[in-house]
Design a protein around this ligand. Sequence first.
Ligand code: SER
Length: 397
Amino acid sequence: MNTDSVISTFVEYFQERGHHRITGSTLLPPPGDSVLFTTSGMHSLVPYLEGRPHPLGSRLVNVQRCLRTTDLEEVGDPTHLTVFEMLGTWSLGDYEGPQSLRWGYELLTEGLGIAPRMMHATVFGGDDRTGLDTASLEVWEELGVPVELTVEDNWWSNGPTGPCGPDSEIFLWTGDAPPRSTPTHDDRWVEVWNHVTMRYRKLDDGSLVPLPQRNVDTGLGLERLVSLLQGKSSVFECDVFAPWRLLVPGLWQLDEPSLRIVCDHLRSAVVVIGDGVRPSNTGRGYVLRRLVRRLLTVVWRDDPTRGLGDLPGDLIQHTLDHFHQDVDPVDVRVVLLDEERRFRRLLERGQRILARPRFQGPLDEEDLHYLHDTHGLPRDLILSLRPEGRGPEALRV
Ligand code: SER
């Protein structure tokens, strides 16, 4: 099954059960949302989760492109991407969590052919404000899926305030040996689908008040699911990355962790540019700038003459097509190349300045401030130019 057929199986399954498809076609959250980028499908739905009637009704389904920088240090492992797609469903005061879990189980097993014994669930175990989620527990027990109870890991919120609630997560087994242990004790259990019973609003003082309606908000990690269905051991091996894995190694020889970071960041940068963001020193543009700088730091590590000018247009086009972005790939390339030039110039200036006798010893805070204020050299760039600070880890977003 390829990515497109998993998307259509998912969307059709929920359409047959009364859900209407909404668009999830931009990384930019709606005005008033405090996050820089959409990190899950519920962003555009906050007013409706809080009670406003949605024009398309109370059952919704979508495919949402998301960007998360909180997981950036984990990109390169088998399951984390910067830009990824989330298949989402919502019940806006309609059906409840148990129905959502039953449909989730049916779709994964009968619709997508996953063996029930490869599944594990987690359920909110209760704390001093909210009790054990017995309704979810009973569904899983009835379906014969093993359950682990947790507290923090099974409470979902969009941020410090706003809609939130207990969730039940579905994990799939990725090990070669038969399934064993539980999700919090064995990371071969990979979380694929989160079902949140969103029925509270968290206030500034941390207290919870009930929302006017009880909602269900689910999010399924598309690339994780597809890579498992395709029998691959990482998201980087599923079909959406196939052209990247085919073409990038021919351009630049990179070890596997570096290849993954470069493919993830380049592909993410293309999508972000495709959504209209341009590199800058603040906000979204800064995230884009840091992605490009991180990937260039990796590409240049073994050979500083390498450059993004060699990047095949096909890779940009493939990504724009996949995300349905009606943007000229030449424009995307121009943005990438401009940013590359700017970074190269900054690095060269940094190297010249750091070669001065004054900066030969260890740098203290005063030096870092001086280099930043007088020469415009960011702290992390300086650290990356120091032998002990080389590598992408020195360029944190
Ligand atoms: N909002 C939840 C999540 O991001 C479910 O979609 O996991």
